[in-house]
Design a protein around this ligand. Structure first.
Ligand SMILES: [Zn+2]
Length: 300
């Protein structure tokens, strides 16, 4: 009984929202007055709630929350706790009292009323290991889905596993994890379209890094401008120096003659670079159906 009494003093928070209607009624009064009156009302509410005995057991709360009249789903949503408080203050108090035990296991900042309803109404206070996180300390309630997440992770170090790891799949799918792992990790990555998209994303990210003038990644060939200017005169064309195509930034492009211009320094003669350049060239040419002119800068 002692325990019951000490617990029952903590319901102040839960009936705070009941004040809103009241504020509306006395809006015309001065601010100071409103504050006083609200506090009075608030105190009265709390006292009233504290004075109520707990007449329902856990089992009874679960039972009532599953009947037609007080079905727990009815109380999902904002400020629905007020509805229950009006309809059946005894049920309200018993629900708060019996679910308070789970407060310490709650991962969310707020111990939502909906969370309490699920514990008592849907799960009948029988939460299994599945409803707890991997380390077993917390229960994850999803306020958007209004559901308790199964096999979740909490923020305690060591609880979370990398979403791509084999252990994560073992944890989620148990015995059949290998099949799931193959489908989601290996088979998906074998899709050539997906591979292309990822490579394009990588190239764009790389180029963005390169084009930042505040980092050391920024690089334009030393004689690039000079050599392209010369080439413009030779070919009697206009070379666009800011042209981009499928995530690449070629050194120059002539729109009229559909020609890509690249200034290559010595290091492009290395085998590893050659191979990469050729792939790049093929991809650009396949895309644009263009000519590809390489200007060698042998000095750099
Ligand atoms: Zn955990």
């Amino acid at each position: 009984m002692n325990n019951q009494q000490s617990q029952s003093n903590n319901y102040t928070k839960n009936c705070k929202s009941t004040n809103k209607d009241f504020i509306f009624k006395i809006k015309s009064k001065s601010r100071k007055n409103v504050k006083e009156v609200v506090e009075k009302f608030y105190k009265k509410q709390t006292e009233h709630l504290n004075s109520l005995p707990i007449i329902y057991s856990k089992e009874e709360v679960s039972q009532i929350l599953n009947d037609k009249k007080h079905n727990y789903i009815k109380y999902f949503g904002k400020a629905k706790n007020r509805t229950m408080l009006k309809q059946n203050p005894y049920l309200y108090k018993a629900l708060l009292f019996h679910t308070d035990f789970y407060k310490n296991n709650c991962r969310n900042k707020n111990f939502y009323f909906t969370f309490r309803l699920l514990i008592a109404g849907k799960y009948n206070f029988n939460l299994t290991r599945e409803q707890y996180c991997r380390c077993g300390k917390h229960i994850m309630f999803d306020p958007v889905l209004k559901e308790i997440r199964k096999k979740s992770y909490c923020k305690t170090p060591g609880c979370t596993l990398s979403a791509n790891s084999q252990n994560h799949f073992k944890y989620l799918y148990g015995e059949n994890w290998e099949k799931k792992y193959y489908e989601e990790r290996i088979l998906r990555n074998m899709d050539p379209e997906r591979k292309k998209r990822r490579q394009l994303g990588g190239r764009i990210a790389y180029q963005k890094r390169m084009s930042r003038s505040d980092t050391k990644f920024h690089c334009i060939g030393k004689r690039e401008k000079e050599l392209l200017d010369k080439q413009e005169q030779i070919d009697n064309c206009v070379i666009d120096r800011f042209f981009t195509v499928i995530g690449y930034y070629p050194d120059g492009y002539c729109h009229k003659t559909n020609t890509i211009y690249e200034v290559y320094e010595k290091h492009h003669k290395r085998d590893s670079t050659k191979e990469r350049d050729l792939i790049r060239q093929n991809q650009i040419q396949n895309h644009l159906k263009c000519d590809f002119k390489i200007i060698w800068d042998d000095e750099n």
